[in-house]
Design a protein around this ligand. Structure first.
Ligand code: AMP
Ligand code: ZN
Length: 467
């Protein structure tokens, strides 16, 4: 039975989607004003593990992740760079997508941009005004928190105390004009510092607040009620709290059934963030020589609801673990003779069951990885005793491949570089045929420098990547 911890109820609950076999899921995406840092990627890698496991379980996915390409920060920094908002945010959106690919993160089915959905946001705000949940003061449209009796349920907030927690992303200078200090902006009027960023609409010349973006885009692509909403724990309040208020007041329906929040990546006891200045981008780490798969594995291997302290020392240990997978797969692929063994299918059943039971329990990754490592140890033992046949090896590889559809960590690098390496191997063979051994050796040495080892076997040249 698949169960997730639901922030709304603070309990693990059995997962039952609205439509059997289909999952409608929304993930808050990046604000594209700079390169995402690896704390952000912890969030997106958690979402990737979740979507891959749902697919493994046989669900069809309709997964939406928005791109926040208009807000205070994108406007401020595009002006600083002397670029249009569009040119500026397009650059960081492209870099974000390229980072996802590097980290072997699957791209969600729909990735809507906020600026492409202004009419939907305006419609939603108009509905809220008509229903008495929103009001206007000097060009700003606010959501009236006192109009929604369930406000703050997700964050377990004492609504009376909310004043103390006033939203940091709001413009505090205009707070005096709100009916209530807790109210938040749905629409902000144009100011000179916005430059040419504005939309002329029925509710005035200006731009949307951050929270309304996600309510409008999730409804457009997933409907008024959907299954799963994800984000980092910092989004529980105010962002997700406000999304619920907006959507439930507008549609009089439950907005989301399961709320899943990942804990933060920390550095020396402090949350990794742009403002604290304690962050690494993916490119920072790649320049230092770390591999994307090591970074991915580090995040995948710790449970999403546990805080994770980032250290380079821990990251340095991971290639050894990955090498165990790579060696295991290489050994199975190049296995020659050996007797077929009827115990292997039992080992496969046990490993699969252990993996699934753990993952079903709110993505208990430690248990799932333990099931895989136990399995590898047993199979390695049998291989060393020559007690594995070709057909066994094929079944084991098939299972490893299924696990990897969820984890996405084995053999990815090999796949990425395979074409290039194989072309060089071909050139080396050509050089040898022409008795140009100097050129052939040079190719081998160059590859070795990049951590790629060639092995001449009777079945041709084999290669592997050493981390
Ligand atoms: P942003 O681009 O700031 O809107 O954030 C994108 C996502 O990254 C959100 O889901 C945040 O909750 C998440 N996030 C930000 N900092 C961290 C961190 N240090 N660890 C984990 N997730 C984070
Ligand atoms: Zn959002």
């Amino acid at each position: 039975m698949l169960r997730f911890h639901n922030t709304l109820t603070r309990k693990k609950e059995e997962f039952k989607p609205l439509i059997s076999n289909e999952v409608k899921m929304y993930s808050c995406g990046p604000t594209v004003y700079n390169y995402a840092h690896i704390g952000n990627f912890r969030s997106f890698i958690f979402v990737d593990l979740l979507r891959r496991y749902l697919k493994y379980k046989g669900f069809k996915l309709n997964h939406v992740m928005n791109i926040t390409d208009v807000d205070d920060k994108t406007i401020r920094d595009s002006l600083k760079d002397g670029k249009s908002l569009q040119e500026f945010t397009q650059h960081y959106t492209a870099e974000f997508l390229s980072d996802l690919k590097t980290l072997n993160v699957e791209i969600p089915e729909v990735m809507p941009k906020a600026t492409d959905h202004i009419p939907e946001m305006v419609e939603l705000i108009k509905t809220l005004k008509e229903k008495g949940n929103a009001y206007e003061r000097n060009g700003t449209t606010y959501f009236s928190i006192s109009s929604f009796k369930d406000y703050g349920k997700l964050a377990n907030l004492d609504t009376e105390n909310l004043k103390k927690n006033a939203d940091g992303r709001l413009n505090s200078s205009d707070e005096y004009e709100k009916d209530d200090a807790r109210d938040f902006a749905l629409w902000k009027p144009w100011e000179e510092s916005d430059g040419d960023v504005f939309w002329e609409t029925d509710i005035g010349k200006g731009r949307p607040g951050w929270h309304i973006e996600c309510s409008a885009m999730s409804t457009k692509y997933l409907g008024e009620t959907f299954d799963i909403h994800t984000g980092g724990v910092d989004l529980v309040f105010p962002h997700h709290t406000n999304e619920i208020a907006q959507s439930e007041c507008a549609h009089c329906k439950t907005f989301v059934n399961y709320w899943l929040h990942n804990e933060h990546l920390f550095v020396n006891g402090e949350k990794m963030s742009k403002s604290a200045g304690n962050f690494f981008t993916l490119r920072d780490l790649l320049e230092k020589g770390y591999s994307p798969m090591a970074i991915r594995y580090q995040f995948i291997a710790s449970h999403y609801r546990q805080q994770l302290n980032f250290t380079e020392d821990a990251l340095k240990q991971i290639p050894q673990t990955l090498q165990r997978f790579y060696d295991f797969i290489d050994k199975l692929e190049s296995l020659s003779a050996g007797e077929e063994n009827s115990n292997v299918s039992d080992l496969i059943t046990v490993a699969k069951k252990g993996f699934e039971e753990s993952m079903d329990d709110d993505l208990n990754i430690s248990g799932a990885l333990a099931a895989i490592f136990d399995f590898m140890r047993e199979i390695n033992k049998l291989m060393s005793e020559n007690k594995i046949g070709k057909s066994n090896a094929k079944d084991v590889l098939h299972l490893m491949n299924e696990f990897n559809q969820v984890l996405g960590v084995f053999d990815h690098e090999k796949g990425e570089i395979a074409e290039e390496v194989e072309a060089l191997i071909e050139q080396r063979q050509e050089a040898r045929k022409n008795k140009d051994f100097a050129a052939a050796d040079k190719i081998r040495d160059d590859l070795k420098e990049k951590g790629i080892i060639l092995e001449d076997t009777k079945d041709g040249v084999k290669w592997k990547k050493i981390n």
